[in-house]
Design a protein around this ligand. Structure first.
Ligand code: ZN
Length: 175
């Protein structure tokens, strides 16, 4: 289930297990530092064993699969893109992932600019002039693609780590 070779993504929501059953005393939350410990050591390891380009692809893909799963399991339906972003905004707030806002909404060209404040992945990190929220790029693309049936490319153009103190993502429909 978890350790077979595969050519396609096989993640399913129930792979996350029954947390209520499994953690009756410790519950459903942990600390941000421990979440980041997992993410940044995994990134370190992925780069060490492959290369930066491949590691970035792995994180984008993982974010994409997560975004798809989040839409299918936690959002499920939306009347239009504004409703979708509003539902995603509530979800990210409820889950303490970040404070999402839609900064630009060009429905004619299906081009959107989204910002995330207090981002789970990067807010408070040392500055390195690198936009590092690749997982989030994939996640936003996964949510948008699954809802619209179109293909979006998402790029983080500003990040806490570039000195902006906010993450800004541009999402553009690709042909
Ligand atoms: Zn960022």
């Amino acid at each position: 289930m978890f350790l077979e070779d595969r050519d396609t993504f096989q993640f399913e929501w129930d792979h996350l297990g029954n947390i209520e059953l499994g953690r009756p005393n410790l519950g459903n939350t942990t600390s941000v530092a421990i979440y980041r410990l997992m993410q940044y050591t995994l990134r370190d390891s992925a780069i060490r064993h492959t290369d930066v380009e491949t590691a970035v692809k792995i994180f984008y893909d993982a974010g994409y699969t997560s975004g798809k799963a989040i839409y299918e399991n936690l959002i499920q339906s939306a009347s239009d893109v504004n409703d979708l972003i509003s539902k995603l905004q509530n979800l990210l707030k409820t889950l303490n992932i970040g404070i999402l806002r839609m900064e630009k909404c060009d429905l004619q060209n299906m081009a959107f600019t989204l910002t995330v404040e207090e981002d789970l992945d990067c807010s408070g990190l040392p500055m390195h002039d690198e936009a590092i929220c690749v997982f989030d790029e994939g996640l936003i693309a996964g949510v948008l693609d699954t809802f619209t049936g179109m293909a979006f490319e998402v790029k983080e153009v500003d990040c806490w780590c570039t000195g902006e103190r906010i993450c800004r993502f541009e999402a553009i429909k690709v042909e």
